[in-house]
Design a protein around this ligand. Structure first.
Ligand SMILES: NC(=O)c1ccc[n+]([C@@H]2O[C@H](COP(=O)([O-])OP(=O)(O)OC[C@H]3O[C@@H](n4cnc5c(N)ncnc54)[C@H](OP(=O)(O)O)[C@@H]3O)[C@@H](O)[C@H]2O)c1
Length: 213
């Protein structure tokens, strides 16, 4: 599968590391592909380097790993991405009443705003519910971690589910894209525990059932 990762910060780099050696053709879309950090990441993961636009045109799946504040402008630069599967792992975070919170919610979601910016793309919300470190390496966890997906296109979700399995996650279908309204607050649950409740970043949600005993 041809996978474009647009944004090569914490999340983009972690997913590139998690997918290394899994048989995908990964392209890193970086604003400045010549920086040493991005060059090192490409060498480490076997990914190719491109501009965000060039990476996105080549990808079957385009993964957006951008700061929310930069998302609209950066997405506009990518073109319509018609027919492509777009993974939105961004959380629409900002300061709300003086504390970190969601800028969108209840009656919409960041993912729905992304879909409105890319009406011809097949947007799937996922990989927003856990810290980047876990995305890079799930192998040391005692249980396969859960990762919910929301999207309106079943075939797109099937492709994304395979990608999540390659990253070591247990993909769980939350339903249509409006269910991103549940998944973005779920990210806040993780962030609250990790950063404000002292649990740290080295944990993830898992789904266990009685029949697994
Ligand atoms: N960090 C986490 O653990 C985590 C977990 C789940 C979800 N998320 C979400 O994932 C998203 C990315 O988080 P992050 O921690 O990876 O952020 P980050 O480390 O700040 O990386 C952001 C990346 O986006 C690039 N970028 C910024 N503006 C751009 C533009 N206009 N065009 C193209 N690229 C642009 C940056 O490029 P430059 O290097 O050129 O500035 C950088 O590579 C956020 O929405 C966050 O809420 C984060």
């Amino acid at each position: 599968m041809k996978i474009a990762i647009v944004g090569t910060g914490n999340v983009g780099a972690a997913i590139a590391r998690g997918l290394a050696g899994k048989g995908h053709d990964v392209s890193l879309g970086a604003r400045d592909p010549k920086t040493s950090a991005v060059t090192r990441l490409a060498v480490e993961t076997g990914a190719t380097l491109a501009t965000p636009w060039a990476a996105a045109q080549a990808g079957d799946i385009v993964l957006l790993a951008l700061p929310w504040a930069a998302a609209a402008a950066a997405i506009a630069d990518l073109g319509p991405l018609a027919g492509k599967v777009v993974i939105d792992c961004m959380n629409p975070l900002g300061m709300v009443d003086g504390v970190l919170g969601l800028l969108v919610g209840h009656s919409s979601s960041g993912a729905e705003l992304v879909q409105s910016l890319l009406p011809e793309a097949r947007v799937v919300k996922t990989l927003n519910q856990v810290g980047a470190e876990i995305m890079a390496d799930t192998s040391r966890l005692p249980h396969r971690p859960a990762q919910f997906m929301a999207g309106d296109d079943g075939a797109a979700k099937a492709m994304v589910a395979n990608l999540l399995r390659d990253l070591g996650f247990d993909p769980m279908d939350a339903g249509g894209l409006t269910k991103a309204r549940l998944l973005e607050p779920l990210a806040m649950v993780w962030i609250n525990q990790a950063l404000l409740r002292g649990k740290g970043r080295d944990w993830v949600f898992a789904a266990v059932t009685a029949s697994q005993r």
